[in-house]
Write a protein that binds this ligand. Structure first.
Ligand code: AMP
Length: 453
């Protein structure tokens, strides 16, 4: 947070009132820098991750500029346009706009893929003040002439680097080409790969560049812990840890969709309300799961990395990496789901011997050795040991080659408490042996058997 107040930024009274309703008194650093620049009409290049308050940084000036001397939009038109890479993020941005704009009389809409287009067409028929959209569906509706972009005065590309990752940059470029030349533009991105720098140059006019919280900074406020635990014991450890009621709003990350379903089902059997969210679910099912989690009806949300993109839920107490991600950057994204907006959080990771290489990559990227905690689970049963021995192959897809490429018996420098044998090479298992997933998303057979039990 900054020392200045929102009132000092010259915001209109209805917006200040809405921020007051949310108990937001002080702008975050990006808000403090971006709001004056945007109110002055400049273009803006914002280098910032989610969790910095960047949504309000562009939403508040947009609301203010479109509400002062309000000119109603014509049919099919939008005066403000925000592009977001994922459906979840688009919905969240629209919710933020409604929150900060609740005392203004502006019309908003969200256009996203994966759902029927008819209601979106109906909403757009009258025109809206601000439209939030994912690029593909918007382009589709523009080409079908259900949406017109000729009245856009304020334009935002949010999470541009994710647009690039997800292959949407061409669609974004096509949309930019349809916008009026006279407009204010903003682009936000956590990183600045060349393609994004080029897009920024093309779509903006001498933008002010604002950079906040370089990558990794959020991690300072997150307590990170690591359990060495064998794959077959992970679910048991999770339900054991969840006996701690301080874990009141928990995101559990798995690498696969099937894994997410199985963990959620397991927790539900233990009377822990859990919802799974992943790409195989319909948009409605995903939104329902998110709502359950957001309003506290579900204590645990089990998610894959892709499905969790852009999820912005405050006060997540704990992130659990049930499986370590094979991309170390995903670890940073995952743990950043907690400790939002200056808060604090805890990230707990489970590491099977086969995941040691992933762990090393993560520790290298974050330049941080994660504190190892010993668990006190009972010794694996003979059945579990047998399953671990049966484990057929190492996980695929590690970009530096075979996971578990470290020295056999390497213990990662951690301190095992009395009974912590879970993460060791029990039963003669080689590192890299207990493959937690296959590339096609299915489980190694030993794990499937266990799940069926
Ligand atoms: P964002 O980076 O836009 O995803 O925002 C992260 C979270 O910070 C959002 O969920 C907001 O609820 C919260 N937030 C944004 N601005 C403020 C503020 N000025 N004071 C307190 N919380 C904020």
């Amino acid at each position: 947070m900054t020392d200045m107040t929102f009132a000092a930024l010259g915001l209109a009274e209805p917006i200040l009132r809405a921020l007051g309703d949310e108990n937001y008194t002080h702008p975050t650093p990006i808000q403090g820098k971006a709001i004056p620049v945007l109110l002055a009409g400049r273009d803006l290049l914002g280098i910032a991750q989610t969790g910095t308050g960047k949504t309000a940084a562009f939403a508040i000036p947009m609301l203010q500029k479109l509400s002062v001397g309000h000119v109603p939009p014509g049919p099919k038109q939008a005066r403000g346009l925000i592009l977001a890479p994922t459906r979840e993020l688009a919905v969240q941005i629209e919710q933020s706009l409604r929150t900060y704009g609740r005392h203004l009389n502006l019309r908003m809409a969200v256009i996203l893929g994966g759902v029927n287009q008819n209601s979106q067409i109906r909403t757009m028929a009258r025109g809206v003040d601000i439209l939030v959209a994912t690029p593909g569906r918007l382009l589709d509706l523009v080409q079908q002439k259900h949406v017109r972009l000729d009245a856009v005065q304020a334009f935002v590309v949010d999470e541009a680097d994710r647009m690039l990752d997800m292959g949407f940059i061409r669609d974004v470029r096509k949309l930019v080409a349809m916008l009026p030349g006279q407009r204010q533009s903003m682009l936000f991105s956590a990183t600045m790969p060349n393609d994004i720098a080029t897009l920024a140059r093309e779509m903006m006019n001498n933008p002010e560049r604002i950079e906040v919280a370089p990558q990794g900074r959020t991690a300072d406020r997150i307590t990170q812990k690591l359990y060495h635990v064998a794959m077959p014991q992970k679910r048991q450890l999770l339900s054991h840890l969840l006996q701690d009621l301080a874990m009141n709003r928990v995101i559990v990350f798995t690498r696969t969709k099937h894994g997410a379903n199985r963990v959620a089902q397991f927790l539900c059997k233990q009377d822990i309300v859990a919802e799974a969210i992943h790409g195989n679910k319909s948009q409605n099912a995903r939104q329902r799961a998110l709502d359950m989690f957001r309003n506290g009806k579900a204590r645990v949300l089990v998610a894959t990395d892709i499905a969790a993109r852009g999820i912005d839920i405050d006060e997540i107490s704990h992130v659990v990496n049930f499986e370590l991600p094979n991309e170390p950057e995903s670890y940073v994204h995952r743990i950043g789901r907690t400790a939002r907006a200056g808060g604090e959080g805890v990230a707990i990771s489970f590491c099977d011997p086969s995941e040691r290489a992933y762990l090393r990559d993560i520790e290298k990227l974050t330049r941080n050795k994660i504190e190892v905690v010993a668990h006190d689970l009972p010794e694996p049963t003979p059945e579990e040991l047998r399953q671990m021995q049966d484990a057929p192959r190492p996980p695929h897809g590690h970009r530096h080659g075979k996971p578990g490429h470290g020295k056999p018996g390497h213990k990662g420098g951690h301190n095992h408490g009395g009974q912590n044998h879970g993460g060791q090479n029990h039963g003669g298992q080689k590192p890299g042996g207990a493959g937690p997933k296959k590339r096609n998303g299915s489980r190694a057979h030993w794990n499937r058997k266990r799940d069926a039990a």
